[in-house]
Design a protein around this ligand. Structure first.
Ligand SMILES: Cc1cc2nc3c(=O)[nH]c(=O)nc-3n(C[C@H](O)[C@H](O)[C@H](O)COP(=O)(O)O)c2cc1C
Length: 240
């Protein structure tokens, strides 16, 4: 009788263990199937970073800004604030009235695409981002530190290493070519100049420094960034 009770207890224990193990397997499978999707969707949401609203007034006059703007190549180690990066990106291509932007564009075709290679900016991880004017946001592309590789393809301009972020002005010539044919190259390059000057003036008004760098190997930079558009200017920015 005692033997029978003991065997029954062992059987019950084995059965309970089997049930517990099955529950464990089911939970693990569920987690594998759905947990990954949940994690990915969280990452997807973080892929888009809403930028602070740009401010539309300043204590610094446009006249003072134009007469004091200089190319600055010495930067401190200080981080930029996200507000400052947001303001610079808005200056480069921000949408102002629902359709038009802070810069003129031949036929309003907007061939310019802006990228931010971030090293030291508050509240944003170092990495490579694409500016989305429609939503005034940054699209995260990758965490790779391609910024550090730029001086090597910019004829060893080592001062570029010290910037807090590099704003890259790239262009899709085809958008302008469709309407303007062989005139497009000229127009696109003018538009790069407009964007660059806005970044210069905005940087001065924010007490930041920048310089336009066109002395780099464009095709190598395009390959380094892995983008479909041609990078035409790099603007390292930082605190001075
Ligand atoms: C098209 C263009 C390309 C330039 N490329 C570089 C460059 O590769 N590296 C650099 O340090 N400065 C570059 N500059 C900045 C000029 O050196 C600078 O504007 C010039 O010395 C005048 O100084 P300022 O901007 O302070 O008035 C470039 C400027 C322009 C307009």
């Amino acid at each position: 009788m005692q033997k029978k009770t003991c065997a029954l207890k062992i059987l019950l224990l084995a059965l309970s263990l089997a049930i517990l193990f099955s529950i464990f397997l089911l939970v693990a499978k569920f987690n594998h199937l759905y947990g990954q999707k949940i994690t990915n969707s969280v990452e997807m949401r973080q892929d888009i970073i809403s930028l602070p609203e740009p401010r539309l007034s300043s204590d610094v006059s446009i006249e003072e800004t134009m007469s004091n703007r200089r190319s600055i190549r010495d930067f401190t180690d200080e981080h930029l604030s996200l507000e400052e990066l947001s303001q610079l990106l808005f200056a480069s291509q921000g949408i102002t009235d629902g359709t038009h932007r802070t810069v003129p564009s031949a036929g309003a075709l907007y061939p310019i695409e802006i990228y931010a290679l971030v090293d030291k900016v508050q509240n944003i991880s170092p990495g490579f981002y694409h500016y989305v004017p429609d939503t005034h946001s940054l699209q995260y592309i990758s965490s790779s530190s391609i910024k550090a590789d730029i001086p090597a393809i910019a004829y060893h301009q080592s001062w570029m290493e010290d910037s807090a972020a590099d704003i890259v002005i790239a262009a899709d010539y085809s958008r302008t070519e469709k309407k303007y044919g062989r005139m497009a190259e000229k127009y696109v390059h003018m538009e790069v100049g407009h964007a660059a000057q806005n970044i210069y003036l905005q940087a001065y008004a924010l007490g930041l420094g920048t310089t336009i760098v066109a002395g780099f190997e464009n095709a190598k930079m395009k390959k380094l960034m892995g983008i479909e558009y041609m990078p035409l200017a790099i603007m390292p920015v930082g605190k001075t």
